[in-house]
Design a protein around this ligand. Structure first.
Ligand SMILES: C[S@@+](CC[C@H](N)C(=O)[O-])C[C@H]1O[C@@H](n2cnc3c(N)ncnc32)[C@H](O)[C@@H]1O
Length: 273
């Protein structure tokens, strides 16, 4: 069934509205998500110096913003969920001071509302890129809002998650094990709503951005030997094992042959011209 882009956008925004109240707290309490978040922010810090103008795409409730301000960035952020934007704005107001983030309720599809070359870095954490309808168009829009030499740092939900495949195959649920291999947007339930999600390999994302004038800079798997974040009950039962797996993930996640897999992947690309 083909679903219109407007419908995808509407459903996804409404689904995230429905979890905005608890999103920051539940995310912050999950050790696997905390680890992934730290790795994404560390990549941003490696590639963007203090003083950089950073645009956060799909910022959610602004969980990353205190760390971004601490790194000395000037932060602008967008999200399609009004409830998420309200939470991010509250977090920004609590920060106070002249350097608080500027936040808009806006879609990634509307990046052309920013002046070309406005940002030194564009950041997108935990899969907002998986919700856009046209990856090539997104890559062109991100290219245009970055200055030449600017950097794009994103964590994206991957197509091949070994843990997930193994888990669902072991339960005899082949369709669920192979869900991420679908080529169209998948309706993923989130509380009472639906997030329309497209799963990508790092190669698909890399090629779309290279076609738009980017050079690939870094790629790491997030959650390749460590379990996916939704197995937090397992993480609570086996904290030491999961901690070891997370540490191992940070080492082997950058290895060729491994970094193409995982629950998420972390990609860094630089605008060439
Ligand atoms: C999984 S949350 C991640 C939030 C945040 N980046 C974080 O690290 O906690 C994905 C966010 O992307 C937003 N989003 C989804 N599609 C979007 C779009 N097309 N444009 C802007 N934001 C979008 C959702 O509303 C949601 O807040």
């Amino acid at each position: 069934m083909a679903v219109s882009a407007d419908r995808l956008w509407f459903d996804t925004a409404r689904a995230f509205d429905g979890v905005a109240a608890e999103y920051h707290d539940t995310n912050s309490a999950n050790p696997i998500l905390r680890h992934m978040r730290a790795r994404a922010l560390s990549a941003l810090r490696r590639h963007a110096a203090a003083g950089a103008r950073v645009l956060d795409l799909g910022c959610g409730p602004g969980t990353d913003h205190p760390a971004m301000l601490e790194a000395g960035y000037s932060v602008t952020a967008i999200d399609i969920s009004l409830e998420m934007v309200c939470r991010a704005q509250r977090r920004a107001d609590a920060t106070g001071g002249p350097h608080r983030p500027t936040i808009y309720c806006r879609s990634i599809d509307q990046l052309d509302t920013f002046e070309p070359g406005t940002f030194d870095a564009v950041f997108s954490n935990f899969g907002p890129l998986n919700c856009v309808d046209d990856l090539d168009r997104t890559a062109r829009l991100v290219h245009d809002v970055l200055r030449p030499g600017g950097v794009f740092v994103a964590s994206v939900i991957g197509r091949v998650c070994p843990w997930e495949i193994g888990l669902y195959l072991s339960r005899g649920n082949v369709a669920r094990a192979l869900l991420r291999f679908r080529q169209t947007a998948v309706p993923v339930p989130l509380k009472d709503g639906t997030v329309w999600t497209r799963y990508y390999t790092p190669g698909q994302v890399g090629k779309a951005f290279v076609r738009s004038g980017f050079i690939r800079s870094e790629l790491h798997a997030l959650g390749v030997v460590a379990p996916p974040p939704y197995l937090e009950a397992f993480a609570a039962r086996q904290p030491q094992l999961v901690d070891r797996l997370l540490r191992l993930d940070a080492v082997v996640g950058g290895w060729p042959g491994v970094r193409g897999f995982g629950d998420h992947f972390l990609t860094v690309m630089r605008r060439a011209d």
